[in-house]
Design a protein around this ligand. Sequence first.
Ligand SMILES: Cc1ncc(COP(=O)(O)O)c(C=O)c1O
Length: 387
Amino acid sequence: MSKIYMDHGATTKPDPEVVRAMLPYYEEYFGNASSLHSIGQEAAVALNRSRQQVADLVGAQPEEIIFTSGGTESDNLALKGIASLKKNSGKHIITSVIEHPAVLNTCKYLQDNGFKITYVPVDDQGLVNPVDVEDAITEDTILISIMHANNEIGTIQPIEEIGTLAHERGVLMHTDAVQSVGKIPVNVDDLSVDMLSISAHKIHGPKGVGALYVRKGTRLESLVQGGGHEMGKRAGTENIPGIVGLAKAAELAAQRLDDDASKMCSLRDSAIKKALESIPESYLNGHPTRRLPNNVHLRFSYVEGESLLMMLDMKGVAVSTGSACSSKSLEPSHVLAALGIPPEQIHGSLRITLGRENTMDEVDYVVESLVEIVEKLRAMSPITPKH
Ligand SMILES: Cc1ncc(COP(=O)(O)O)c(C=O)c1O
């Protein structure tokens, strides 16, 4: 049975072109980019070219790109790096209740270390209201960190508005764009952000590599002390093969963005329409239009998401129950809870995240399988109302 992979929010398959671009940097050009000899300089050339390619994807300058080990480190560097540098001018940070754990747990760490964090709420479709952010700003506020698109429900936040108001009040703005980069246009000037997190493995690149965009003139403290790599903002010999892979993935994402987005939007809309029409008491989680092109997040009354996931897996379909990062936890998703969805419905939720290789036939197969499985599970469930 061939597998259908629809869990691209968790990770993506590295593009063959990405793998091909990386291999020479393991096999041949293995140098340390800091070495002065020609073998080292080959690595340095690749590093500089990669920095330009990643910068191009988000409308930045190459010297504004800091390579990291992924989205988690980028978020940590943005929040802790600013907190550490600015702790004497202010100790207040604003974020949202639906951030990824990479931001939420960093905020918790900062809170335990004397910072005050305001968590702004979201509405029942997962949108942050910029007025709530504005109202939360105080004399003590040093940073606002609101994600561009949510990893569970795909809701896209009004970052332009929030970034603009942050700057009007003299506050720095960070956005976690790990899920939006490569799927919708992302431009650091349009978004009015000072820092932006990127992860390679969400855009058909390798795992364990990412980047933080840091606007020219924005100072932050490095989390890691060592050599002067990455303009003094992230010490450690650069992971050249990984960085080359990220850059290739960025280049491909930029080239294919329009085609990928329009294809995925039509698959997404078809999946949502067909599932909602053919499964009674099924609902869409998140915003109907301000959502990532590849995100289908549904909930079904009287079923368990885990059972749905396992039965779909037996049919060769890979999806997720909620956030991939917290799928090992039995705690109800903090994102769905923030939308006001009752716990029993949260447990009946399923995240389908499409990729550029998925087809309409696959979408039809997945929806047909869902119809069959939901019916079967409801017939077995003691909580299904019997008519
Ligand atoms: C929104 C968001 N931020 C951060 C991360 C963490 O990225 P990484 O896996 O590269 O550490 C993820 C991964 O799921 C994510 O979806």
